[in-house]
Design a protein around this ligand. Structure first.
Ligand SMILES: *Cc1c(COP(=O)(O)O)cnc(C)c1O
Length: 433
């Protein structure tokens, strides 16, 4: 499989090359040259397949010969080392829990898959050590740190805003050690992001350090998120009904992966783009005009994105045909007040404790179902464990959220971080290594 740049001004490349690079030289996102449908027998037979077998068949065409089958199998086994349970909320609504991974973030799957593909690329190509540079507002950093921990040939440098991430999130970034370095920036998330952007265009750095990113622009992170949708289809509670999936979205990597799954023949009838007040995509789906906006801070902060990177991939999947896209994708957006009300509503009807991101997904699904007469089975994706947003959840429900066992140990570990306040401090740190 070849990948081309969506800026159409770079050479086509292989899977592993695109994974190492992240972005194409013309700053465009990589896109697969072909997306083949899976055979009908695969979908008929899906109940007899394990999650690993499903994932292998789903990703195989995209990795296309770059990684031998036996190794790809091993990578998938290590990536999917936890479950994706479906929990019913009402008769027509259930949630698909994507947060059962080691850092309680749905980003665990993408980060683990990407890390293992890169480790393989390093083994065969014997290139120089790679440095992964990421800015995090909280959730991405933990998943990337854990996913790349002790992976050969890769150093990870994570920038986070001092005092702006939760205690658990900070511990996840700063207590691993080994090849993971946490940089504590005296500023806000945008300052971290700006420093990372400066580094990627800094010629001194480009010539001396092999830098790459680990966000959902990377094809290994983006495409592996397809696994959720196929596994959800296998485990769906009402096989006789049409399926609609609501995806709480920020940078739109996850939803875009779901749309690739549909293109491969997965029978999901409708997708819903559920956002907080950062409503660029729902706004586009209503008006037909795409207007990027400045991001605004909300309770569901992992979705505070005003100009989603993956939107261009979504458009490409539909060949820029607005009406085709609108048939399959509906958009809804919600305020923080509505989000908190939804957390209460979910808890009242089912006893389930949702986090603010999942609650936004629930709202989009609920409102879609209100406006249709068709008989649907609805799934909303629960992208984070409520403990990660414990202040909001506990204040809204007046109840306590238990800390999962696997997080308790992290709270006693010692924090190690490198405090900086200016870009040149980051630069000299990267050059020294
Ligand atoms: C990253 C994230 C999202 C948004 O996912 P995208 O693929 O960027 O749309 C939603 N919820 C949580 C908890 C996240 O960490």
């Amino acid at each position: 499989m070849k990948y081309y740049s969506l800026n159409y001004n770079s050479q086509d490349v292989s899977f592993l090359y695109a994974v190492r690079k992240g972005l194409a030289p013309d700053r465009g996102l990589y896109f697969p040259s072909d997306i083949k449908k899976l055979p009908n027998t695969f979908f008929k037979n899906i109940h007899n397949l394990s999650d690993h077998e499903i994932a292998f068949q789903v990703i195989h065409q995209f990795v296309g010969g770059d990684i031998p089958d036996s190794r790809l199998n091993k990578i998938i086994e290590e990536t999917l080392s936890f479950d994706f349970p479906i929990v019913p909320i009402t008769d027509s609504i259930a949630t698909l829990e994507l947060f059962q991974g080691p850092t309680l973030a749905f980003k665990d799957v993408g980060a683990r898959f990407m890390a293992r593909c890169l480790a393989y690329a390093n083994e065969v190509e014997k290139k120089e050590k790679l440095t992964i540079l990421v800015a995090t507002s909280g959730d991405t950093g933990g998943a990337v740190a854990d996913g790349f921990y002790k992976v050969d040939g890769i150093n990870v440098v994570i920038l986070y805003p001092k005092g702006k991430v939760s205690q658990i999130q900070e511990k996840q970034l700063t207590t691993l050690g080994e090849n993971i370095k946490a940089i504590e920036v005296d500023g806000v998330f945008d300052d971290c992001q700006d420093m990372v952007k400066s580094a990627f265009i800094d010629n001194d750095l480009i010539q001396n350090v092999a830098l790459t990113s680990a966000n959902s622009i990377n094809i290994a992170r983006w495409l592996s998120q397809m696994f959720y949708y196929f596994i959800a289809y296998k485990n769906r509670l009402h096989p006789e009904k049409k399926l609609v999936v609501s995806v709480p979205s920020g940078n739109f990597g996850n939803l875009c992966a779901g749309l690739v799954a549909k293109k491969m023949g997965l029978p999901i009838d409708q997708f819903i783009a559920s956002t907080n007040i950062n409503d660029t995509v729902p706004d586009y789906l209503n008006s037909g005009t795409y207007t990027p906006k400045k991001s605004k801070a909300t309770l569901s902060n992992a979705m505070d994105v005003g100009d989603p990177s993956n939107f261009i991939r979504i458009q490409k999947l539909f060949n820029n045909d607005f009406f085709k896209l609108k048939k399959i994708l509906k958009g809804y957006h919600y305020t923080d007040t509505e989000t908190k009300k939804a957390i209460k509503e979910i808890h009242e009807v089912s006893g389930y404790i949702a986090d603010p991101h999942g609650a936004v997904g629930y709202l989009g699904l609920r409102d879609f179902l209100k406006n249709t007469t068709d008989d649907y089975q609805g799934l909303f994706l629960e992208t984070a464990h409520p403990i990660k947003f414990v202040d909001t959840v506990e204040a809204t429900l007046k109840t306590t959220v238990e800390i999962p066992k696997r997080l308790e140990s992290i709270l006693d570990r010692e924090k190690t971080s490198i405090p900086i306040s200016r870009y040149d401090e980051l630069k000299s740190f990267l050059l020294k290594r």
